[in-house]
Design a binder for this molecule. Structure first.
Ligand code: HEC
Ligand code: HEC
Ligand code: HEC
Ligand code: HEC
Length: 168
């Protein structure tokens, strides 16, 4: 029994330590190394996209009307039912809306230059891998789907064209 408990305790500690390494750090950290001409304007492309304003959208009249209609108890900007797809649900990071880490994964463990330079180490540190086009499309569809109260249709190819940000 004792050893069982010890194992359990160790497992809990390990999993806590693991999750500790994978915190959301916010777009300003990514911006440090992913902006301007040399990096293909990755930050700037995001900043101009609708994703950057996705949390602000929840403060609009349209959002309030949707929240009321759905019978939510709080305002849209305070409701997990809306934040889920419009931002990282963290008081310090919400304002950034749908940001780098919403798609690439929490960055605290992969954002150092040493890790970033190597694809395998990025993946090992929790960065999302997109093996092919289907995988990219799937990741978009985790939000661009019929659970969105304003959903119309989602065309991956044309949508990706609007937000792509390749390394030059
Ligand atoms: C200290 C600088 C630095 C920071 C901070 C940084 N990156 Fe990077 N990142 C790099 C470098 C260098 C590369 C490799 C670029 C290359 O291959 O030309 C890279 C590559 C990448 C790649 C492509 C890697 C792959 O395996 O496909 C992604 C995606 C990425 N970064 C996302 C992010 C995100 C998201 C953040 C914020 C959480 C971030 N980076 C923060 C320096 C940084
Ligand atoms: C975390 C959720 C989330 C993910 C993942 C996501 N999006 Fe979005 N996307 C949104 C939200 C929310 C909006 C609406 C923002 C607004 O209007 O305030 C949006 C808007 C857009 C828009 C603007 C046009 C429109 O329909 O309003 C494009 C283009 C887009 N997304 C492309 C993509 C692509 C391509 C991917 C996958 C690579 C993707 N998105 C992944 C949440 C997401
Ligand atoms: C499953 C993910 C998801 C959820 C949950 C979600 N949204 Fe969105 N929202 C999106 C996406 C993706 C878009 C952009 C395209 C679309 O409408 O599908 C969007 C766009 C919007 C827009 C802009 C519509 C336009 O025509 O420009 C508003 C307003 C909005 N959402 C409000 C809300 C409110 C309010 C809630 C909570 C009641 C909510 N959303 C919940 C994913 C979501
Ligand atoms: C809506 C989802 C989404 C957002 C937001 C997003 N990315 Fe990406 N990003 C992707 C996808 C998907 C790919 C994979 C492209 C591929 O493999 O062809 C990618 C590719 C990259 C690459 C590698 C490009 C290459 O040529 O290999 C870098 C670097 C990168 N993103 C950095 C960022 C940074 C920095 C931000 C925030 C300022 C950001 N991304 C925001 C989805 C996103």
């Amino acid at each position: 029994m004792r050893t069982m408990l010890m194992f359990l305790l160790i497992a809990v500690i390990i999993s806590l330590a693991g999750s500790d390494q994978r915190k959301y750090v916010g777009v300003n950290d990514c911006k440090l190394c992913h902006k301007g001409k040399k990096d293909g304007y990755q930050f700037e492309i995001w900043q101009k996209s609708k994703h950057a304003g996705a949390f602000k959208t929840l403060r609009s009249k349209q959002s309030e009307d949707i929240a009321k209609k759905m019978g939510l108890k709080k305002s849209a900007a305070e409701s997990p039912e809306c934040i889920e797809c419009h931002a990282i649900n963290d008081d310090k990071l919400k304002e950034d809306g749908v940001q780098c880490e919403s798609c690439h994964g929490a960055g605290s463990a992969y954002k150092s230059r040493k890790v970033m330079k190597n694809r395998e180490s990025c993946a090992a540190a929790g960065m999302a891998e997109f093996k092919d086009e289907e995988a990219k499309k799937k990741s978009c569809e985790s939000c661009h789907n019929k659970k969105s109260p304003t959903y119309k249709t989602f065309d991956f190819r044309s949508s990706w064209k609007e937000i792509e940000h390749p390394i030059p």
